[in-house]
Design a protein around this ligand. Structure first.
Ligand SMILES: Nc1nc2c(ncn2[C@@H]2O[C@H](COP(=O)(O)OP(=O)(O)O)[C@@H](O)[C@H]2O)c(=O)[nH]1
Ligand SMILES: [Mg+2]
Length: 194
């Protein structure tokens, strides 16, 4: 549901970072915020609990330049990971143009990743989207940890289609922009076809 404002010559796209609790969604957005030119970004809005966990979402508007005279604005959102915030997760997917699934590479989180992929599929469906059709990127995060499982294992359990994947360490800023660029490219390609 890309919002194109012809009068203002603006394209607005919504990207959602999805994944289990503590997989690094907020860290991704924070890194993007820190490394982006002040005039290309808006305020980073985080609604967090006192323990720093995302309560409702994080939000960052990002200006990705101009395409054929249209300013392209990307609106980045994260979802809260905790199981009991499912209503929020569903709501945040409304109007989504592209999804980044952030997987936590730690062995102890494999089951939580699998659950979160299932939850994403169900919630997309509830909003009328098909995960097979929506621009979708898999980020394998926390690759810096010794307890990270092999990539093949994560791909085997988490891949839902032949989606591109990126190894990352959001914490160190590795792979964060590659992931974002990949989803942006898919979204803009989709746009050209419509
Ligand atoms: N070692 C490591 N820790 C990470 C990485 N990304 C995030 N973290 C840490 O994981 C914790 C949860 O991250 P956060 O971004 O709040 O997770 P969220 O619940 O998905 O938003 C924080 O302590 C982060 O510093 C990473 O790539 N490597
Ligand atoms: Mg968070």
């Amino acid at each position: 549901m890309t919002f194109i404002n012809y009068a203002a010559r603006e394209i607005n796209c919504k990207i959602v970072y999805y994944g289990p609790g503590l997989c690094g969604k907020t860290t991704n957005i924070q890194h993007i915020y820190e490394k982006t030119n002040p005039n290309a970004k808006g305020k980073l809005i985080s609604l967090a609990t006192e323990t720093d966990r995302t309560l409702f979402f994080d939000f960052l508007p990002l200006d990705l330049g101009t395409i054929r005279g249209f300013r392209t604005r990307f609106h980045l959102y994260t979802v809260p990971g905790q199981v009991f915030y499912d209503a929020s997760r569903k709501l945040i997917l409304k109007g989504v143009d592209g999804v980044i699934f952030v997987a936590d590479s730690q062995e102890a989180r494999l089951e939580a990743n699998i659950e979160a992929v299932k939850n994403l599929q169900a919630n997309l469906k509830a909003q009328g989207y098909d995960i097979q059709k929506i621009p979708y990127i898999l980020q394998l995060n926390k690759r810096d940890l010794a307890s990270a499982v092999p990539i093949e294992m994560l791909l085997k359990h988490l891949r839902v289609k032949n989606e591109p994947y990126f190894e990352a360490s959001a914490f160190k800023g590795v792979g964060v922009f590659d992931t974002l660029k990949a989803v942006a490219k898919l979204v803009l390609n989709d746009l050209k076809r419509t």
